[in-house]
Write a protein that binds this ligand. Structure first.
Ligand code: APR
Length: 270
């Protein structure tokens, strides 16, 4: 863990007017929730096509069987996972006003459990289910009760229930998309934590923060549309953003890096 880069990050957080955070599955692995693409990740354990909306609509029983297997699996603790130091630090930074918003690709509700208030769920939330007919939402407990009556679970109106996470082939919730793009445009600092930055449109947010999606260019192709914005990665390994979009990568475990940042800020604010 590069302490000079940690100090630089602390400095930029304190100086920023509008700092935001983009998180991916890597911030939750220290809570026992596997990420998707690391060795042993979710896509090694479960067939990704189970999470294609076409497949859900064609074979809801099949997909619900897979979801219940995940729910029952001892290693896959998404439903009862607890926030780790990384989530707690982001909630603390929001509380003292150093970050404005967390945009998360995660569907595990852990930022909210940690106390973060302004959380944009870019890919929805797996702890709730939604009726495909009347759009009513229920908590997971309803599903577990409903399963004693009917499989796959249905709404009181008779409609099929689906987890409220965005499946492949589904649109990102309009409000989440619009607000995230606006936040990325407005920010002067973005921390990008625990994401392989491979899935669009979330992976474009750091580029938007940097003004790289702007067609307006100055000398040397530097975008004119946006004053300087810093993008800092905190990740286990380099990503397509590293060296191309982000100012620098702090390589390490998100929970440890963020906890060190919090300690340094508490010293300054003590
Ligand atoms: N600390 C820091 N980085 C970590 C840690 C950790 N403790 N654990 C894992 N990582 C890193 C991995 O090295 C990887 O680069 O986090 C990244 C996680 O990448 P993915 O597994 O691809 O997860 P994510 O980027 O969130 O995936 C985006 O893809 O499958 C879809 O909808 C799904 O939201 C998900 C999207």
């Amino acid at each position: 863990m590069d302490l000079c880069l940690i100090d630089k990050t602390v400095e930029l957080l304190i100086a920023a007017d509008h700092a935001i955070v983009l998180t991916g599955a890597g911030i939750s692995t220290e809570s026992g929730v596997p990420d998707f693409r690391s060795p042993g990740g979710i896509w090694e354990r479960y067939d990704p096509t189970m999470f294609f909306i076409e497949r859900f609509l064609a074979e809801p029983e099949e997909v619900w069987r897979c979801l219940l297997d995940m729910h029952r699996s001892s290693e896959f603790s998404l439903w009862d996972a607890q926030p780790n130091k990384g989530h707690m630090t982001l909630a603390y930074l929001e509380k003292i006003g150093l970050i404005k918003t967390v945009i998360t690709q995660n569907v595990d509700n852990l930022h909210q459990k940690a106390g973060s208030g302004n959380v944009i769920e870019f890919h929805g939330n797996m702890l709730f289910v939604r009726c495909l007919e009347c759009r009513k939402t229920y908590g997971y407990e309803y599903v577990l009760r409903e399963l004693e009556e009917s499989f796959p679970p249905h709404c009181e109106c008779g409609g099929l229930l689906k987890p409220d996470a965005v499946f492949f082939g589904e649109a990102i919730p309009q409000d989440a998309l619009r607000t995230s793009f606006r936040e990325a445009d407005d920010c002067d600092l973005m921390l990008v934590i625990g994401t392989s930055a491979q899935v669009e449109p979330a992976a474009s947010l750091p580029r938007i923060a940097k003004g790289m999606n702007s067609h307006i260019r100055g000398f040397g192709g530097i975008p004119l549309s946006k004053p300087r914005c810093h993008v800092i990665e905190i990740n286990w390994e380099p990503t397509p953003l590293t060296g191309q979009v982000s100012d620098f990568l702090i390589q390490g475990k998100a929970g440890e890096v963020l906890h060190t940042i919090e300690q340094k800020i508490r010293e300054k604010y003590a």
